[in-house]
Design a binder for this molecule. Structure first.
Ligand code: DX5
Ligand code: ZN
Length: 221
């Protein structure tokens, strides 16, 4: 499992020096920069818009992995891709016509993901999984960083991995929420190949480089 990717979520970064924090994560060997977009409607919290994505774009050459926790994301996809998003993920629960959103993301030249919240079954992906570049299985309820990992989601991570293998699909399997150095191995064993981590990477206890190193050690890679 040496190919597991780490995607630090800037939600827990110091927003007053976001460019610097993104550079720190990039220099420390992150694989993607995860950007949590929240609209105050799909989730209560309000975070980042396309302007902020454009502002961090010059600070890294890594793919910007934009997680849209918004209602009607179709209206925002173009602006985020223009701002520099490489990967755009919409929530299954927020989009009545998933296929249309996925194709719009791809037409604009980005890679397309669909996220499912903890209570959403894997079967909701059946009709679109073949077209996806990424499936994001949330391991907390979307909305905030620093929440505890919901371990009852683990069987669903395994199920999505099986769906991808059984169909011969190419989607990456990303997991997001409450992931730390001591539970990251469980997720990798369940089949995750992209690990999002916010508060485990950006915190007052250690540098971004040390925190990313600990996560890698936790995976055993
Ligand atoms: C939650 C976000 C996550 C969050 C992860 O809604 O999607 O990306 O930032 O933060 P931690 O790793 O602190 O749970
Ligand atoms: Zn996220």
């Amino acid at each position: 499992m040496g190919s597991v990717k780490l995607a630090p979520s800037i939600l827990s970064a110091d927003f007053a020096r976001l460019g610097e924090q993104v550079r720190e994560a990039s220099e420390a060997g992150a694989d993607y920069i995860h950007v949590d977009v929240m609209d105050g409607r799909f989730v209560p919290n309000l975070t980042i818009g396309p302007l902020v994505v454009a502002a961090i774009r010059p600070h890294t050459s890594l793919p910007l992995d934009v997680h849209l926790m918004v209602v009607e994301p179709e209206h925002l996809i173009r602006d985020f891709v223009s701002a520099g998003a490489d990967k755009v993920t919409v929530h299954q629960e927020a989009v009545p016509e998933l296929r249309r959103a996925v194709h719009l993301i791809k037409e604009l030249g980005a890679t397309a993901g669909v996220a499912i919240s903890p209570d959403t079954p894997a079967s909701t992906l059946d009709e679109v999984i073949a077209d996806l570049d990424l499936v994001l299985v949330m391991t907390v309820n979307p909305g905030y960083g620093g929440q505890p990992f919901i371990s009852s989601v683990l069987p669903k991570v395994r199920r999505v991995r099986e769906m991808i293998e059984a169909g011969g699909f190419t989607a990456e399997l990303e997991v997001d929420g409450g992931i730390k150095k001591d539970n990251v191995a469980t997720l990798v064993e369940a089949g995750a190949d992209v690990i999002v981590a916010g508060s485990a990477v950006f915190n007052d206890r250690s540098s971004v480089a040390v925190a990313l190193g600990e996560l890698r050690k936790g995976i055993g890679a």
